[in-house]
Design a protein around this ligand. Structure first.
Ligand SMILES: NC(=O)c1ccc[n+]([C@@H]2O[C@H](COP(=O)([O-])OP(=O)(O)OC[C@H]3O[C@@H](n4cnc5c(N)ncnc54)[C@H](OP(=O)(O)O)[C@@H]3O)[C@@H](O)[C@H]2O)c1
Length: 327
């Protein structure tokens, strides 16, 4: 496993890290024993950074990570998030009282005294124009409750605004073969300011593993069923916001680019790692074998320029007209 520096934090994190949403909830039934095995496999593969949130199974994901930390001696850096427990997403909800209470709950769930990295969890755009919220985060750092903070955003423009605040250490954003816009202006700016970039939804909710068919079905508790049209949260979080059948046809074109002995997941992740502005991809994994497959991407040699151009061409032709200006 190769590591990359996470912004200005001084941490070197595994370029393939672990996204812990699915082991908490919203992805159909998960079994804690299997989830814990997946987490252990990640550490076995050299992962040292895990992304979670208070709302992933309302603490379930964070508690599993706490258990993992009890069972392992390796250093494991944990990034959590706060804000989505608000009944309605309003800027006023990001008050000192609420932020402090959410952080305390995450600390309890994670059995930690100080959170390594706290990310604002896709707050409304207006929040980025409220410096007082970032002052509260600075005070939480001074109080020793959080070591660093960053943002998880829906839109490129939110990220560009967020990194104007000097103590924002990381930006988490959707970036994958079906979502290329962050690689334009945003990556230039994060590099210039030494802000870490966490590429989330790197497999487009599993689509880029190439395992889905037009007749694939998802259970009622799985956002790939209940959020297909953005019914519960931003539609961009489900299949990257691309129509399922159109995405499948793009995936078939990407499949033709696959070098020998690589899985589709490894190809999709290696493609992300070709961008040096990216600190790490954070694929979700429910099963140890998925995690091992994903971690294998770090060992894959650089993809040829023609392959990168071919993915760009598929995106430009099939996907960009649908999503490029939306996020
Ligand atoms: N608003 C936010 O801040 C936000 C939103 C979304 C995600 N995130 C973070 O980003 C992380 C990653 O995004 P994501 O989990 O939404 O999507 P993803 O990483 O694109 O897809 C993950 C899913 O794909 C399937 N999968 C993973 N590896 C596989 C493999 N090698 N072979 C076959 N199937 C595989 C698994 O589901 P199945 O086995 O069920 O198919 C897994 O749960 C999350 O876990 C979370 O930490 C944050």
């Amino acid at each position: 496993m190769h590591h990359r520096p996470l912004g200005r934090t001084g941490w070197n994190v595994s370029e393939i890290s672990f996204g812990a949403w699915a082991i908490g909830g919203s992805w159909g039934e998960v079994d804690d024993k299997q989830s814990l095995a997946a987490l252990h496999r990640a550490i076995d593969c050299g992962v040292n950074f895990i992304d979670t949130a208070d709302v992933y199974g309302m603490g379930r994901s964070e508690r599993l990570i706490a258990q993992l930390k009890r069972e392992r001696r390796e250093e494991i850096i944990v990034a959590s998030k706060a804000g989505r427990r608000l009944p309605a997403q309003v800027v006023e909800g990001y008050s000192r009282e609420n932020l402090t209470a959410w952080v305390e709950d995450s600390l309890r769930n994670l059995s930690m005294d100080c959170l390594d990295l706290l990310q604002l969890h896709c707050p409304p755009t207006g929040l980025y124009y409220r410096p007082e919220v970032f002052e509260i985060l600075d005070q939480l750092v001074s109080a020793g409750k959080i070591r660093y903070y960053g943002v998880s955003v829906e839109r490129v423009e939110e990220a560009l605004k967020a990194i104007e605040y000097p103590n924002v250490q990381t930006v988490q954003i959707i970036f994958n073969c079906l979502r290329l816009r962050p690689s334009q202006l945003l990556f230039q700016q994060t590099k210039a300011r030494q802000v870490g970039v966490l590429a989330r939804v790197p497999l487009a909710s599993g689509l880029l593993t190439g395992k889905f068919m037009p007749d694939s079905r998802f259970g009622p508790e799985d956002h790939r069923n209940f959020n297909r049209n953005g019914e519960a949260f931003d539609v961009g979080e489900t299949f990257s916001g691309v129509d399922f059948n159109i995405a499948l046809s793009a995936v078939e074109e990407i499949r033709r680019l696959l070098p020998p002995r690589l899985s589709m997941a490894q190809f999709a992740l290696r493609w992300i790692l070709m961008f040096d502005a990216v600190t790490c991809a954070i694929p979700g994994g429910k099963k140890p074998e998925q995690v091992a497959d994903n971690c294998g991407a770090s060992q894959v040699p650089a993809l040829p320029l023609e392959t990168m151009q071919a993915v760009q061409a598929i995106y430009t032709d099939k996907i960009a007209p649908l999503v490029h200006q939306r996020w």
